[in-house]
Ligand binder design. Structure first.
Ligand code: MSP
Length: 518
């Protein structure tokens, strides 16, 4: 057997001056679903998340709080680690940019860029936004209602002038364009790819990659009055965690990363600057950068100032973890912006989960318990309709793989629910409850076809709803070691006579009074 293929997926690393909110939970969850899917599909997965701890923004927040930047980072990094755990995320590593391994990696990358002539010392003057940790061109600024110049993101900007090291980004335009052309999938969705390409076609200026006006960062080797630009520091986390500067060993197997998942606001950093840094250092760019959209809250832009930030832990407490995981990836076509509302959350729980999926399982398992002696029934001759049901369930994995590889989570779930609905139609048409007296053998076959279909569906819902799917597979007595996608086919079908545990509901309805009671 050949060694399993590596699949390396990353979340952005989160700024520690903020509390975790729904946006962070969303990116991390999407990566978790991918990581779980790929692991179940036989890949050797590395799933990385972590925190971005340097920069002026953190220094200023710490100052305001009267604590050291490191103390602030320690406290808030722990919140992000806890969020990942509460989301039941299966990350294999959690990186902090204040760790020694990361400092070593950034220092090595910097030295490499100096050695290849990609970094030079100059002078910087320009409009800087602390909130975005980015310089903005004069032509990119907008004027707000008070007549002040602000960044296109709405953040305040200030004029700064200081000595600075520069990365020769202007030299990379043609090579970046050639990379996008040769790798049509390297940036997704297509709208973001177009956006990135037109930005590069518009001409690239050299990028300031060091600062002297504050000190909370990784010192520039040999010139410690400077700290590295926080985005150069932050992006490097992806290679640090793969083992850089050691480019043999794990790095050789892990790099380039298969996917950097990001929000639409940080595509430019990942799809322009990062590949240019890497290529300049003689390293390969990532295979793919995918940008998802942004959530609004009941139709309103989410912002700290309006106080409508959605706390993911609060959502989990109210609705339960798996329903939240399902909702976030089902409600909005991945890549688009979407709106969060309690109404749509409750609808998804009660319709998709309780009525459609949960009820199907409950009906089938209850009938087996009652009419088949609580064991997997015997399967008789199969009709064309039976075969169609089974083929649909057994064929799910090959249908879903190409969708997962394009991060089309909502389409994966639609395809799965197509199978759930087909099973609900089948049970109504076959009406096994009416066969008990007239044709018990046929009743057994119908219930077996249904139970086997549920096995096929539950195997595939594992990445999205790990706990609930595990409970369903327990109710079907599917052995733990037979839950990877290698076992989806008919060869591993449920065996007649296998005793099943007493059925219990897996997807309860959400009773509305609960929202106000909490
Ligand atoms: N530290 C940088 C990333 C460095 S990666 C080398 C950063 N951090 S962040 O904490 O501000 O943002 C993390 C992610 O949250 C981004 O991908 C961003 O798009 C996402 N979101 C922030 N608000 C969001 C919504 N309202 N909706 C969805 N995602 C949002 O950027």
């Amino acid at each position: 057997m050949s060694a399993p293929k590596s699949f390396y997926v990353t979340t952005p690393i989160y700024y520690v001056n903020d509390k975790p909110h729904i946006g962070h939970a969303y990116t991390t969850l999407a990566c978790d679903v991918l990581a779980r899917f790929k692991r179940l599909d036989g890949f050797d997965v590395k799933f990385l998340t972590g925190t971005d701890e340097h920069g002026q923004k953190v220094e200023k927040s710490a100052e305001a709080a009267g604590i050291s930047p490191k103390a602030l980072a320690d406290a808030n990094s722990a919140n992000f680690r806890e969020l990942a755990a509460r989301l039941n995320c299966s990350n294999d590593d959690f990186i902090r940019t204040t760790e020694a391994r990361h400092r070593a990696s950034c220092t090595a990358l910097w030295n490499k860029l100096v050695e290849t002539g990609a970094i030079y010392l100059g002078h910087y003057e320009g409009w800087y936004s602390v909130r975005d940790e980015a310089f903005w061109g004069e032509d990119e600024l907008i004027t707000n209602a008070d007549g002040a110049k602000i960044a296109p993101t709405g953040a305040p900007v200030e004029w700064v002038r200081e000595p600075s090291y520069f990365f020769r980004l202007s030299a990379w335009g043609e090579r970046l364009l050639a990379w996008y052309e040769a790798n049509p999938d390297c940036v997704g969705p297509a709208s973001r790819r177009n956006e990135v390409m037109s930005f590069v076609k518009g001409g690239l200026q050299d990028l300031s990659v060091s600062r002297t006006s504050f000190s909370w960062g990784i010192p520039v080797p040999g010139d410690e009055a400077h700290v590295m630009y926080v985005w150069l520091d932050a992006l490097t986390n992806y290679i640090t965690a793969a083992g850089y500067p050691d480019t043999e060993g794990e790095f050789a197997a892990r790099w380039p990363a298969d996917l950097h998942m990001v929000g639409k606001d940080i595509v430019r950093f990942h799809a322009v600057y990062w590949p240019a840094f890497l290529m300049a250092a003689g390293l390969e760019p990532p295979k793919r950068v995918f940008a998802h959209g942004w959530w609004t809250n009941e139709g309103q832009k989410i912002s700290k100032s309006t106080g409508n930030v959605i706390d993911p832990l609060g959502l989990i407490d109210t609705y339960g973890l798996d329903p939240v995981r399902y909702f976030l990836l089902r409600e909005v076509p991945f890549g688009n912006d979407g709106d969060f509302s309690h109404r749509s959350m409750i609808n998804r729980i009660n319709n998709d989960l309780a009525n459609e999926y949960g009820n199907l399982a409950q009906r089938v398992l209850a009938q087996i318990a009652k009419n088949c002696g609580g064991a997997v029934p015997k399967v008789g001759e199969l009709t064309a309709e039976d075969r169609e049901m089974l083929d649909g369930a057994h064929g799910l994995v090959s249908k879903l793989r190409p969708l997962i590889d394009r991060q089309l989570f909502h389409e994966v779930l639609e395809a799965l629910w197509g199978q759930v609905r087909a099973a609900n139609i089948y049970i109504d048409r076959q009406a096994p409850w009416g066969l008990k007296k007239t044709d018990p053998e046929r009743m057994g076959t119908v219930l077996w076809v249904l139970a086997e279909s549920i096995r096929g569906i539950a195997l595939m819902t594992q990445p999205f709803m790990p706990d609930s799917s595990a409970r369903l597979l327990d109710l079907l007595a599917v052995p733990d070691e037979q839950r990877s996608f290698a076992f989806t086919g008919s060869h591993y079908s449920l065996k007649a006579g296998t005793p099943l545990p007493a059925p219990s509901g897996v997807f309860p309805r959400f009773v509305e009074a609960d929202v106000n009671a909490g």
